[in-house]
Design a protein around this ligand. Structure first.
Ligand code: CTP
Ligand code: A1H0Z
Length: 520
């Protein structure tokens, strides 16, 4: 997590280009969310994101909404969570005047659309009021025409909000005039005497914590802010109360998921960073270059992944998602294994020839589902490792949805394959939204480094040059050298090391290791 300062990022592509909602990334990032079936929102909905605070409780100089994770400010994740929702028509972000330029830079760098910034106020209620008034002016000469039917209000420092819950709040607000998210209380609420003693405690079961998002019909929330008092503006913390107090509107309360929590203290920033890092570490695309050796490595990687998965690595776990398959020498495990796949057994593992791997995975994925997931096979998600021979044809879709790539090369002196991958990723133009990871696995078939020190120096120079250029485009290039040892135990250890190194590089995205050639 870094403090965010207004910087412009050159080479971030055409700012008018439709932004890939990189948002709170997942494997499908890069595609606008089509309105899910059965979710019919036939009324205009707009959003107000209060972001005008200073974040004093974090103890940091940078207001928490502008603290960055993986090079992207927290507020950008929240905006993306709303931009991905097709039935939301506009977003007003309310920021302190001194942060207006910073917010404009964030909108540009991360290609936010639907969003505009308005000045905040001295308190949260004043900031929200400014946002509501701004929505009322969207219609220009015909203000009423531009007004939304429903306004969602959501703290900009609550980035983990999903469309399903937004839909519940928006539709409940339209029906009832107001709706709000609630969560069970974790601590008991007590009242104190002026002398600091216990006066009384509330029966915790009868109370709930009021969270965000909240929703209101435009008329209700607009009227509430017209009628509320200066004391409300100065000390109030609850919009639902204003709707009840000044409009007689009883908000519908809906229990939300535990992900609605607000970033308040410094520890919350660390928690948010960990969740965001997890989200970009869940998957990787292993590009074999059509090499059978690479397919063998991909297939062999699932053993160490199994080990990592059982040690509860946050982003590796056994799962039903078919990715790689290990068929030990004798098929004792009664593996669910389609008879049509021709296997050649070598080195204790079934080796699937290069081009077959992805088709095999698809078939096994289908068979796995049909069999109701009953199998002795251990089908592991090596971060949902997808194994493809190249990134052409239908495999090119990975360029628009994957954040991590492992390029296998047999001859490290010829960087053409990894250069082609870097060029394709640059053309896909998603890196400004999230740092992409490319791990170049250089395979050599000798226990001794091929060609000795001179070759080692040459290999190091190649990756240093490539990684420097890639870093300018927010692509983090790392290298792993893998020696195919004839000693099977040594080979097993090397493969385990590749799995471990790749997992750490993908999860941590450390700038310090960019351009390094690590030895597996
Ligand atoms: N004058 C203010 C104060 C707060 N907020 C926003 O309201 C949300 C929730 O408020 P809070 O968590 O209290 O944020 P801060 O006021 O920044 O935090 P602190 O009280 O620690 O200073 C935040 O997104 C914050 O930016 C705002 O828009 N205008
Ligand atoms: O008091 P804070 O500014 O930290 O929080 C503001 C809101 O998030 C908080 O009042 C919720 O309970 C919603 O009403």
């Amino acid at each position: 997590m870094e403090g965010n300062h207004a910087t412009t990022q050159s080479g971030c592509g055409d700012p008018d280009r439709p932004a890939h909602p990189g948002g709170f990334p997942n494997r499908d990032a890069g595609k606008g969310d089509p309105q899910p079936a059965g979710r019919d929102v036939d009324f205009p909905v707009s959003v107000v994101l209060p972001a005008g605070g200073t974040g004093e409780r974090t103890g940091l100089q940078t207001p928490k909404q502008f603290c960055s994770f993986l090079g992207r400010p927290l507020i950008s994740y929240t905006i993306q969570a709303f931009e991905r929702v097709s039935w939301i028509q506009s977003i007003v972000v309310v920021v302190a005047r001194e942060n207006t330029d910073l917010m404009a830079d964030i909108v540009r760098r991360f290609r936010h659309r639907k969003v505009r910034a308005v000045p905040g106020g001295s308190t949260r209620h004043r900031s929200i009021r400014n946002g509501i008034l701004a929505l009322g002016e969207e219609g220009g000469e015909r203000p009423a025409a531009g007004r939304p039917k429903v306004v969602l209000i959501h703290d900009a420092v609550r980035p983990f909000v999903d469309e399903d819950f937004l839909y519940e709040i928006a539709t409940a607000a339209k029906e009832h005039g107001a709706a709000g998210a609630i969560r069970p209380l974790v601590s008991t609420v007590i009242a104190t005497t002026p002398e600091g003693y216990l006066d009384h405690s509330l029966e915790r079961g009868k109370y709930r914590a009021s969270e965000m998002p909240q929703g209101f019909t435009y008329d209700v929330i607009h009227r509430a802010y017209q009628r509320c008092s200066q004391s409300d503006f100065d000390f109030g913390t609850e919009c639902l109360h204003l709707a009840l107090q000044y409009c007689g509107t009883n908000a519908k309360l809906i229990q939300g998921p535990p992900t609605l929590w607000k970033v308040t203290y410094k520890r919350d920033l660390a928690a948010a960073e960990s969740i965001i890092k997890d989200a970009v570490s869940r998957s990787a695309c292993f590009v074999t270059g059509g090499s059978a050796r690479a397919a063998a490595l991909a297939g062999a990687l699932q053993e160490p992944a199994r080990a990592l998965g059982t040690t509860n690595h946050p982003h590796m776990a056994p799962c039903a998602t078919t990715t790689c398959l290990s068929v030990p020498n004798s098929n004792k495990t009664g593996c669910l294994f389609p008879a049509w796949v021709k296997l050649s057994r070598r080195g204790g593992h079934a080796v699937l020839s290069g081009g077959l791997v992805s088709r095999v995975c698809e078939k096994i994925r289908a068979a796995w589902r049909e069999a109701g997931r009953q199998s002795a096979c251990f089908l592991l998600r090596f971060q949902e490792l997808d194994v493809v021979p190249d990134l052409t044809g239908e495999n090119a879709s990975y360029l628009l949805k994957e954040w991590n790539f492992i390029q296998f090369s047999v001859d490290h002196s010829r960087p053409a394959e990894v250069e082609a991958l870097l060029a394709a990723l640059e053309a896909a133009d998603r890196a400004p939204l999230h740092p992409l990871v490319v791990i170049w696995v250089q395979w050599s078939d000798s226990d001794e480094l091929l060609g000795g020190r001179a070759a080692a120096a040459a290999a190091a120079a190649v990756i240093t040059d490539l990684s420097s250029a890639a870093k300018l485009r927010n692509i983090l290039l790392y290298g792993i050298q893998l020696h195919q040892s004839k000693d099977s135990e040594r080979w097993e250890r090397s493969v385990s090391k590749v799995a471990e190194i790749a997992s750490v590089l993908i999860r941590e995205r450390s700038p310090a290791l960019v351009g390094q050639l690590l030895q597996a």
